[in-house]
Design a protein around this ligand. Sequence first.
Ligand SMILES: Cc1cc2nc3c(=O)[nH]c(=O)nc-3n(C[C@H](O)[C@H](O)[C@H](O)COP(=O)(O)O)c2cc1C
Length: 323
Amino acid sequence: MIPSRIHLAPMEGLMDAPLRTLVTAVGGYDLCTSEFVRVTPQRLPDRVFHRFGPELSHASATPSGTPFRIQLLGSDPEFMALNALTAVRLGSPSIDLNFGCPAKTVNKSQGGSILLKQTALIHRITRTVRDALPAHIALTVKMRLGYDDPSVCVDNALAFEDAGASELVVHARTKTDAYRPPAHWHYLRDIREALAIPVVANGEVWTREDWQRCYESSGCEQLMIGRGAVARPDLAMQLKDPDFTPWSWTDYLDALMRYWELLSDMLARHECNDAYRIIRIKQWLNQSQRGFDQGPSLFNAVKRLRAADEVYATISAAQRLTR
Ligand SMILES: Cc1cc2nc3c(=O)[nH]c(=O)nc-3n(C[C@H](O)[C@H](O)[C@H](O)COP(=O)(O)O)c2cc1C
């Protein structure tokens, strides 16, 4: 079964605009989403949205043409609505709401997965944002199965649908499951059978075989890929095109160097500092350990380096070895 649509997952601290540029250029992705924009009780300035989504200035698409939209995280219905309107004014063609974030700091301030314990509140947030948005702007939701109890998943999903969400991505784990395998894809079948809107499967798909098992268990035709897209930037193409030749380590290193260049461009434009460039490169290399046999040795060689020129030299040397 080939997924009908593949979404590139939002990943705060990992899937920034340069990485979205690279991963969507490989192909296979139908949609991508910003890292979450945290909504506090204020009207966020336009520059915040542009920082999270430089794509907004380019018809809300990555350079290869994959549509991009903004994700919001927060619990105040009115301020969520106000900031959703700003994102739309700046060009986001739809809005996604995050009800899955497990981070302690976020949950402490009533954001993310903690809200899955309050079905009435998530309904009110979603309904308020829906009512504020123009009718042609889709509102979608991303949720986990629950905070600590997956049995609430169908009731919460029904609340999102009733409040006007037009699509639901479900990360098939609770907050307390964190990122521990397995993902409990079978709950997605219950949700899908209860809802009329499309349900997108998410969680623990790293290979073609994982997708087959996810599909058989959930019945979902759409898939969102998170860490698998970072470990294997060609995963969506592998799933969509049976004749696609999977990437070699050389292909990955070329992309990693390109990422370095894109981050260096950001640095030159004063949009990030050197620490950001080094951290993001290490994050991507860290994930590559899961996708390529050579990943662990390069990650180990780079992980303690502090200076940009050392990081660059180490990656360049690895690249030369493959030529
Ligand atoms: C580093 C990291 C950051 C994440 N940030 C976000 C985020 O900003 N918004 C969101 O909805 N989910 C976020 N997630 C969750 C992912 O979108 C996805 O639901 C999760 O990783 C499960 O999918 P996977 O097993 O394919 O990675 C994040 C996950 C990771 C690993």
